[in-house]
Ligand binder design. Sequence first.
Ligand code: HSE
Length: 369
Amino acid sequence: MKTVGFVGWRGMVGSVLLQRMQEENDFKNINPIFLSTSQPGKVGPIISGTIPTVLEDAYNIEILKSLNIIITCQGGEYTKKMFYTLRNSGWKGYWIDAASTLRMKDDTVIVLDPVNKHIIEKGINKGVNTFIGGNCTVSLMLMALGGLFVSNLIEWISVSTYQAASGSGANYMLELLRQMGALYSVVSKEINDSSVTPLCIEKKVTQFVRSKDFPIEFFNVPLAGSLIPWIDVDIGSGQSKEEWKAQEEANKILGFKRKILIDGTAVRIGSLRCHSQSFVIKLKQDISLVDIEEILLNHNQWVRVIPNNIKNTVHELTPTAVTGKLIIPVGRLRKLSLGNKYLSAFSIGDQLLWGAAEPLRRILKLLVS
Ligand code: HSE
């Protein structure tokens, strides 16, 4: 039985990973060791079917070297600090990582097995031992549109994203909720008082969100009642790093030498943990919507095609409908008035499930078996 070390299992991605592993009974096939960067010596998590153990020190190289597999959701700083030291010490075990640090390195594989199982298997056979989860938005795009990608039907994609606060981390998601609460509190009396006009209420809210009393410790700016059309750092070309990743990571995951062009604007919005994306897809040929739907559905078992009508769309194609689920709904499918090769699509996915934890859980399972 393989000994698997878990680092960063307490954060949001790590917690979803442990939850999914318990749901799928994955712990019965491994000997889990839980490590901590801050609380070694304390008692580890209670996992069904195992006895809680004492947390090991996640910075102890000797302990790390004794593991067959390490799976980390601890973040890029930990990876930078420990990965090369560990490899340089001669450790040849499997390193599975949620952080982006090693994603674009030549000797790593970005894992999203419903899309690139052949590349993962080829990598394992060639001796690759570092497997990285993709950027959440990229993985969710490929899960949604995988059929069109692998059928070589896409010439280019322009995408606008609507990304949840959880993508920035737990503190940000909590701050969004604090902001929402603060918005309500400042006018809670007035909104039930018919003598106060809606515009007076709006004015009070607007003044408040612009004041120093509004909670913006993490985002630096208001998100509730607003949006932020910039995610991640500026790479210097006017493009954000999040926008850059769409094309670069997607093509690496797919193993395409001749890159499909993908670009657009990444936007943070006030949803909790579902990323949504609106696509304009230039197809290589004019194929019917019926065929497109079939191609999408045949790609993987999680895609759902949502009929392009009001009722299905507003009930099934929203973060509210998708949160906590593994399904990947794709809707608003129609040919744009730009021409028959221009397809519109809108998709949603839980960024902590297929966007982060699920591809890691599945590569772990594959490596263990
Ligand atoms: N960059 C993503 C986001 C995180 O900010 O939403 C998921 O990889």
